[in-house]
Design a binder for this molecule. Structure first.
Ligand code: WT7
Length: 654
């Protein structure tokens, strides 16, 4: 991490008040109501969280200590006992929700399936019994490597029911990536499928799993879901079909009373550098945090049809497809596939088909929709939507505006939610009925969250000055450790900004500024900051200036070594549909950036790119673009890339 402040140059003045009709019905319906909740959490965070825990979760035994904070180690609700699957399922069964749709699933080939809370409960119990039969006990880690099918949620909840931590590995990961994660977590059982549909093809998951398992001695049993009618090799004594064992399993299974700090899951970070970290989340704090933030941010109510397009292999899928929504008794849409050349409008088909009311997706997807053009969403009835969300990267204001107009019909608030795998749930976001939104800003901290933008000594920076985005007080959903490596936990998150006057700073790598209204503007990863002629500039602001030009669909900027300036700004630009690259456009884009934010941000080098290197969760990997700009070799871990062939195309064409 390099030294010094980060300059903020973006000037975005548009803002949108919560629509009065939305606010009138919202759970938190005014700024004053938000402020009152926030102030109360600030005055007494312990009492605040204790109250939420008592009101919102079902407990087998009450805690004796709300928070035990031995930095960087937090323990929440010690002495308490509960079960997350009980909170997500059983407690709804005694209500009318027994026959409410819990999961509405759509397969990529167009097949579909709906599971009510009653049905989901039964299948989860059956799977918990199957896992028991395979020898899984409380504390044993179960690997899950599945496509986006209901069995993924069933498997997670079955593990939670037994107190067996799950470790979900995204189905797009390779055999090697799966092997390393299963080994690190010492998984005892793996749940996978013959295959899954993605972009009109079957991903052969079982084949990948077999390759991985050749190098994973800890896995004793493999459970295989039949999804894609793929021929697979079943290893006798090790492999069983999910449906075979399910058929003989009882539909009742008591939920294990877990201690508050029992591990609920281990989830590996994308690992842009070095060995991926196994982020550990525990039972009570995580459940409470996912539950509360789902209510606050999505204003979720029983009539909603809620759709988060993430994969369950990411934290977004854990917190906002499975645990948060189900703990609240919501109806969740789950989709197996992805937009693809044969059906670029598949998301809009699903919104129309199921009458989706809340839609939560990533900036990378929004930029792809923007590039593909308005005619796809315009061809469908999206009038059921009432709220939109985004997560994963900073969203450029122009992409925000497009989302607002074209998808939201100008009537839906947009919640830009800032958080991380490590934080367990959303930390900074607008509340849609209470907080005005500004395109490009994640807005304000949620109740119980006390972020601060500081310099490297932990001193707060001034209004509109860039700095390091930290969190200064523990919260229930925070990660507890790196699996098997508490020292790495301390080093990775608590050392960059040293403690100061007994104050500890959680820091996980983002730069940000706070404006005169207290709004947070995330400027990108501090590792990506560009040092141009003495100015330290975040990537988000320059990229936003480029994307605000009508010819540009997407942009990524990096620093390129320059003998005079230290670094020159090099921009990789993806053009909008129908635009052709030429010298005049290069000049026009440079001028445009100068006009939008000033001469210090003028990119010396603009390159038209066929595609950008992205992680499998859709984040731009600027480290590789830096190598390209500098003319050096691609190095570091490439296994997290969505499509490695992009690197060859960039080398050839750019
Ligand atoms: C990093 C965390 C959080 C679940 C999905 C990604 C970036 C995430 C935003 C946002 C600006 C964002 C940050 C963060 N990020 N949301 N709304 N605005 N940046 O989880 O893979 O752990 O990534 O994603 O850089 O640190 P993750």
């Amino acid at each position: 991490m390099s030294e010094g402040a980060i300059e903020s140059v973006l000037q975005e003045k548009r803002w949108f008040a919560p629509p009065p009709t939305f606010a009138a019905k919202a759970r938190i319906g005014s700024y004053e109501a938000y402020r009152a909740l926030y102030d109360r959490s600030r005055e007494d965070p312990i009492a605040f969280w204790e109250e939420q825990a008592a009101q919102e979760l079902a407990w087998f035994e009450r805690w004796h200590t709300v928070l035990d904070w031995q930095p960087p180690q937090a323990k929440w609700f010690e002495g308490g006992r509960l079960n997350v699957s009980h909170n997500c399922l059983d407690r709804h069964l005694g209500t009318w929700r027994r026959n409410k749709a819990a999961i509405v699933w759509e397969g990529e080939p167009g097949d579909s399936r709906t599971l009510t809370y009653g049905q989901l409960h039964r299948e989860v119990c059956q799977m918990a019994n199957v896992l028991k039969q395979l020898g899984v006990q409380k504390g044993d880690v179960v690997g899950i490597y599945l496509p986006m099918i209901p069995e993924a949620a069933i498997a997670m909840l079955a593990c939670a029911r037994l107190g067996a931590p799950h470790s979900v590995v995204f189905g797009g990961f390779s055999a090697e990536a799966l092997r390393d994660r299963l080994n690190d977590a010492q998984a005892k059982v793996l749940i996978t499928a013959d295959g899954g549909w993605r972009k009109d093809a079957v991903v052969p998951l079982k084949d990948q799993a077999d390759k991985a398992l050749a190098g994973v001695p800890s896995v004793q049993h493999v459970l295989v879901v039949r999804r894609a009618a793929q021929p697979v090799t079943m290893v006798p004594g090790r492999d069983s079909w999910w449906h075979d064992l399910q058929a003989g399993a009882a539909g009742q299974c008591p939920a294990e009373p877990c201690a508050s700090e029992d591990v609920l899951f281990v989830l590996y970070t994308s690992g842009s550098t070095g060995k991926p970290k196994g982020v550990v989340h525990t039972t009570a704090g995580y459940n409470l945090y996912a539950h509360m933030t789902t209510q606050w941010v999505f204003d979720l109510r029983d009539e909603d049809v809620y759709w988060c397009t993430a994969d369950v292999g990411w934290i977004t899928g854990h917190s906002y497809i499975v645990y948060g929504p189900l703990s609240n008794g919501a109806t969740v849409v789950m989709y197996e596939g992805a937009p693809r050349p044969t059906n670029p409008g598949c998301f809009w088909d699903i919104i129309e088909k199921y009458g989706v009311t809340i839609f939560y997706t990533a900036p990378t997807a929004i930029r792809a929709f923007l590039k593909a053009g308005e005619h796809f969403p315009r061809a469908r009835d999206l009038s059921s939507l009432r709220l939109l969300g985004t997560v994963g990267e900073p969203i450029n204001p122009e992409a925000w505006m497009w989302y607002h107009h074209v998808i939201g019909g100008g009537r839906c608030p947009i919640v830009d939610t800032w958080w991380q795998t490590e934080t367990g749930g959303i930390l900074i976001s607008a509340l849609p009925g209470a907080i005005a939104t500004k395109p490009g800003s994640a807005a304000l901290p949620l109740p119980g969250i006390f972020p601060q933008v500081v310099d490297l000594n932990g001193h707060p920076v001034g209004v509109n000055e860039g700095g390091y985005l930290t969190v200064t007080h523990p919260w229930p959903g925070m990660m507890r450790t790196v699996f098997g490596d508490p020292e790495r936990f301390r080093r990775s998150y608590w050392e960059h900004i040293p403690p100061c006057d007994g104050q500890y700073f959680y820091f996980a790598g983002d730069g940000a500024r706070q404006d005169e209204d207290g709004y947070f503007w995330v400027m990108g990863r501090v590792d990506d900051v560009i040092n141009a002629a003495g100015h330290r500039l975040g990537t988000m602001e320059i990229e936003s200036a480029l994307v605000s030009h009508p010819a540009v669909a997407e942009a990524a900027v990096v620093g390129k070594p320059d003998p005079l300036k230290g670094e020159d700004i090099c921009a990789f630009v993806i053009l909008a549909e129908g635009q052709t690259p030429n010298e005049a456009l290069v000049q026009a884009l440079k001028d445009h950036v100068v006009q939008e934010i000033g001469a210090i941000a003028r990119p010396g080098d603009i390159r038209f790119a066929p595609a950008l290197p992205k992680t499998r969760s859709g984040k731009i990997v600027r480290r590789l673009l830096r190598a390209l700009a500098a003319g050096s070799d691609f190095s570091g871990d490439l296994s997290t890339l969505e499509d490695r062939s992009v690197l060859d195309r960039l080398r050839e064409e750019v």
